[in-house]
Design a protein around this ligand. Structure first.
Ligand SMILES: [Zn+2]
Length: 263
């Protein structure tokens, strides 16, 4: 029998609070430390669909990349979506653990996994607090178009800023929202910053600094890591059934308009 305390301690050690941003809310956020854990589901975000799936699948612990709850709450009632979800989770004995920015920055975390997809070498943290990362391309002068193809194959359709024929030697990475990494990436001589999402004015600034951007979308930049997280937990606790949620989808859909056929 494995208790929640053992699983939470393992995750605390793998995703230490020291790596998390000051504003974050990480660790065990809902749960009874003495409860038995037989089934774990990983996900990007606790949504009503994920909450429902965890109840149907009799999950004991949700490991959600994004924190739930994130903001401080003064009431937990059925009058709000968050309150309803919390009441449901607690009544079904479902705990929630969130590693969030500690997971972004960990040695095998989300940003390092993105660096591995791009086949980077000499990967280092981008910032002194360990957030973001930067590394060199194994193939010198690889074209932005080739990198876009790699990312599209692995993570899905993405957007970019810059010249598609630009040759790239050094790449900075920040999953999720990473607007603030633009200046640091330029300081550290990156030719390209790969990130989940950025504001329009950040894109203009990057263009003016001759820094190319690849924008994968927030969901795509982090969701793949929910699967690797489930695999990692399974290796550590083979007696626990651990799987990624299959009800999660990107809330932002891409509209493909096809002209109607005229006879
Ligand atoms: Zn995120």
């Amino acid at each position: 029998m494995i208790d929640l305390k053992s699983v939470a301690s393992y995750l605390d050690a793998e995703y230490p609070a020291l790596l998390a941003e000051d504003w974050d809310n990480i660790g065990l956020l809902v749960g009874d430390f003495s409860a038995t854990v037989k089934t774990i589901m990983t996900c990007l975000t606790v949504t009503p669909e994920v909450c429902e799936e965890s109840i149907v699948k009799k999950v004991n612990l949700i490991v959600s990349h994004h924190p739930f709850p994130f903001q401080a709450m003064k009431q937990i009632t059925s009058q709000t979506v968050e309150g309803s979800m919390l009441l449901q989770l607690i009544s079904h004995g479902i705990a929630v653990y969130s590693p969030h920015t500690a997971h972004d920055s960990a040695k095998d975390g989300v940003n390092r996994q993105l660096a591995a997809i791009l086949n980077l070498t000499d990967v280092m943290p981008l910032n002194a607090n360990g957030s973001g990362c930067i590394g060199n391309c194994r193939q010198n002068g690889i074209l932005l178009s080739d990198l876009l193809q790699i990312i599209e194959t692995r993570l899905g359709v993405c957007s970019y800023v810059g010249d598609i024929n630009k040759s790239v030697n050094r790449i900075a990475i920040g999953c999720g929202v990473a607007d603030e990494f633009v200046d640091k990436a330029v300081q550290q001589k990156a030719d390209l910053l790969l990130l989940g999402e950025a504001r329009f004015h950040t894109c203009l600034r990057a263009q003016s600094l001759r820094l190319a951007l690849i924008l994968t979308g927030h969901f795509a930049s982090e969701h793949f890591a929910v699967k690797t997280l489930a695999q990692k937990i399974t290796v550590q606790f083979p007696e626990i059934s651990c799987f990624p949620s299959d009800s999660e989808q990107d809330v932002i859909k891409r509209y493909n308009y096809t002209l109607p056929c005229h006879k």
